[in-house]
Structures are given as C-alpha cells and as structure tokens.
Design a protein around this ligand. Structure first.
Ligand code: URA
Length: 439
C-alpha cells in the first residue's frame, strides 16, 4: 500500500519512483481513492522533475491497464494507426485511414475533438450529415471487419486514467510534460490493440510544441516507449508553421480530404499521408521496401480504392456516403468572402496560429470543451509559402455564417501573411524521422 503524499514528495525531490508506486498511484486515482488535488500535485512534480524511460514505460502501462483493450482477435491483417500531436488544417487521418485499409492494413482509429487552436478528427467527420462517432466497441469492431477502417471517439473502457488525468492537466498547467504526454498518447493507442504506430510529431507556430528541439525529444521518447511496450513505432517530425493543406474548418477539410482521395487534388496532405502510410506498410511488411510502399499507396489513390473505402466507412457509420461524389452535400456557409493580396511578391510566411484563430472566431473550433462547433465555417484556399502573388490575387477565402465574425476573422487572417520581394522556397514538410530498432 502506497501513501500518495510520499509518492508526490519523492518525485518532488527528484527521485525515480518504483514501479509499484506508479501503478498504485494511477490505480488509486482511477478508482477515486486518490483525490484530484493529489493527482494534480503528482502531475506538477512530474512536470518539473521528469521521469526516466523506465518510469515513463511503467506510467504508460499503468494508464493502459486502468481500462481494457479493443478485442481485435477476429480481425485478420496487420492492425495499425497513426497519431498526430495536433495541427492546423491537419486532415491527414481522413485520407490515411482509408488509404491504409485499401492497402491491406486494418485501422481502428480512436480520435479526439478539437480544443483551442487545433482541430479534431471527430469534429471533421461529424460535419458529414448523419456520421456517428459514438459507436460501441462491438459496432466499431464490426465496421473494422467489414470496411478495414473505423473512426470513433474514446469509449469508457479506453484508458480511463488518462481521461481523468488529462482533464486535470488541462486546468493545472501540466500538459507540456514529455513523460505525461507520452503515457497519455500511448496508453490510448495501445488500448486500440494495434501492432504498429506512426507518429506525426508537429512543431512550429501552429503546434503545441513550438520548438523543433522539444518535438524531437517528444518523438524520441514516444518511439522508445512504444518499443519497450512491444509496439512497433516510427515518428516523423513535421513543420506546422503554416497550415497543412489549403482548408481549415470541419466540412471544408472533409472536402479537401475527399478531393485527395478521389485524385482531384494533390499537395502537402497527400504527400504527408503517403509518407506516413509508407512507414506503416514497411513496418508491417505489407510492402517489401519504401519504393514498393509508395507505389502501392499512390495506386490506391489513383485507382479510387481508397475513396471507395472512405465511402463505405461513412455508410457503415450512418453518414451520407454520397458526399464523396457530391461534396456539395456537405454543410456550406452563407458568406463566402475572399481575402486579397495587398501587394505583389512571394508569400514568405503564413502564420498557422493566426489562421487557426481566424477559424476559431468563425466558429470552426472550441474555446472551451462545452462549445459547439459550426461545421460549415472556416478558411479555405489558403495560399502557401513560396506562392507568387499579384496585388488583388486571392490569398484565402473566408466561409462565415455571421458578418461580425467574418470581419474579425479577416483581421486575424490578413496579419497571417508575410510577403517577400524575392522568391521564397517551399518549406520541407518532413524535417526528421525517428526510427527505433528494426522490426
Ligand atoms: N494529446 C494527448 O492525447 N495527450 C497529451 O497529453 C497531449 C496531447
């Protein structure tokens, strides 16, 4: 039996905790025997003092075992998933899930909602009329067996310790701690019952890791801890200084994802989905090498197979599957207003944080967990860094349902663009790759 305050004091004083101390603390907290104030103090002690790789692995395991795992024993094929640390305009999951399923992987994606400046896959999917993200585990496994891909919200059995602890961390300034982030992310991913994971660790203005160095440390610890837990994992560090792709806002992002899946559009989101997908096809030996992986993924997009999987998944989850052929069936905003270039030159920077703020002001995101989102609004056709523009050319298009919000969003958005008189190269999206030991 541990004494919670002794565990807190030990961590406060910078000592490594024993496995039993971590396990009993997490179990006691999950059962409600250890109160929120002690769990908050524990989180703050970890934030200041850190954890060793051993402690981080035990914490992850304890959080995983606070609940159950999806039972995927009857699902044939390699089960995989990707996790993104969250960005602006990041609709990659919508493309990658169906794409991987079309290549023979099975993808049980448990996703989150947007909060603050980062969007969430569940909000994007729910902009599709009728789409249900609250499936029971049995229903989710049935969709996975039938379609190869399912996208749902967390169920009550998935890492309940994380749900409780994350809510406290959110209001006690204890989110930015690498061991706490690693245990939080991996306990949920391990509970999906997957065997390989690719991590998209974002850094920059629109990411919660603003600096490359912090993102690098997080990626290394995520990969190392996954391997200790028997989960094959690789991480890409990706640049989130400018928004990803051209749309920010729920239905607008679904529209962009559909355009990529149906071959009508390319760009950064397509490239990133292929990079991330290739890591998983290699890790699971669904592809013999990188070239083979890229070829399979490209083929699944151009042949329409990935689009068909997306359509089948939407139908299986109660949604209006015709949006894949007729994106006009997605909710649309009443006001559609372009923002034009004030000068001629090259776009030198697009501040992802300002674009995200504009989208939140329009109603595309949440300021607090209880806010509702407007599925139709956001910012579309955002021109990227390196684009040559002439005065009066469109830089972005605002989709709004309210004139005052449209004006305020315009102010944020116009401050997002920086111009240069010289040509500016397009930035490298993938800045680094972290790989653990060979599978
Ligand atoms: N995302 C998570 O799921 N957990 C964290 O702690 C941070 C980001």
């Amino acid at each position: 039996m541990i004494v919670p305050q002794w565990v807190i004091e030990k961590k406060r004083d910078g000592q490594a905790l024993a496995a039993d101390e971590i396990r009993e603390f997490i179990l006691g907290f999950t059962r409600g025997e250890i109160p929120d104030y002690q769990a908050s103090a524990f989180a703050m002690a970890v934030l200041f003092r850190g954890m060793t790789p051993d402690e981080t692995a035990v914490l992850t395991d304890a959080m995983l075992h606070s609940g159950g795992r999806l039972d995927l024993t009857r699902i044939a094929g390699p089960k995989v998933d990707k996790h993104s640390t969250g960005g602006v305009g990041d609709k990659t999951s919508l493309v990658l899930g169906p794409l991987l399923a079309a290549c023979g992987a099975r993808v049980p994606m448990i996703s989150g909602r947007g909060l603050g400046l980062t969007g969430g896959t569940l909000d994007k999917l729910e902009s599709i009329p009728g789409f249900q993200t609250r499936l029971s585990e049995e229903q989710a496994v049935a969709v996975l067996a039938d379609v190869g891909c399912v996208m749902i919200g967390p169920t009550a059995r998935i890492a309940p310790a994380d749900r409780k602890l994350y809510a406290l961390r959110d209001v006690t300034g204890t989110v930015p701690s690498i061991p706490l982030i690693v245990a939080s992310i991996l306990s949920k991913k391990l509970a999906e019952g997957i065997e390989a994971l690719v991590l998209d660790v974002k850094w920059g203005r629109g990411a919660f890791m603003k600096e490359l160095d912090g993102a690098r440390r997080l990626a290394a610890m995520l990969v190392a801890t996954s391997h200790r837990m028997g989960l094959r994992a690789r991480a890409l560090l990706t640049d989130m200084n400018q928004p990803l792709g051209s749309a920010v806002g729920n239905a607008l992002e679904v529209r962009e994802a559909v355009a990529i899946l149906t071959g009508a559009a390319g760009g950064d989101v397509r490239d990133l989905a292929i990079e991330l997908g290739a890591e998983l096809l290699e890790m699971t030996h669904l592809a013999s090498n990188r070239a083979n992986a890229m070829e399979r993924l490209n083929r699944a997009l151009t042949s329409g197979e990935a689009a068909m999987v997306f359509q089948r998944m939407i139908a299986a989850q109660g949604g209006e599957a015709r949006v894949v052929e007729h994106p006009g069936l997605l909710p649309a905003a009443e006001i559609v207003a372009p923002l034009t270039a004030p000068t001629t030159g090259w776009i030198g920077a697009v501040d992802a944080e300002r674009v995200a703020r504009a989208a939140v002001i329009l109603g595309a995101g949440r300021r607090t967990v209880d806010d509702a989102v407007d599925p139709a609004v956001g910012v579309d056709e955002v021109a990227g860094v390196g684009t040559r523009v002439h005065r009066g050319d469109p830089l972005a298009v605002i989709h709004a349902n309210d004139e005052a919000r449209c004006d305020e969003a315009r102010r944020w958005l116009s401050g997002a663009f920086v111009f240069s008189d010289e040509p500016v190269p397009r930035p490298q999206w993938v800045t680094e790759r972290h790989e653990g030991p060979p599978a």
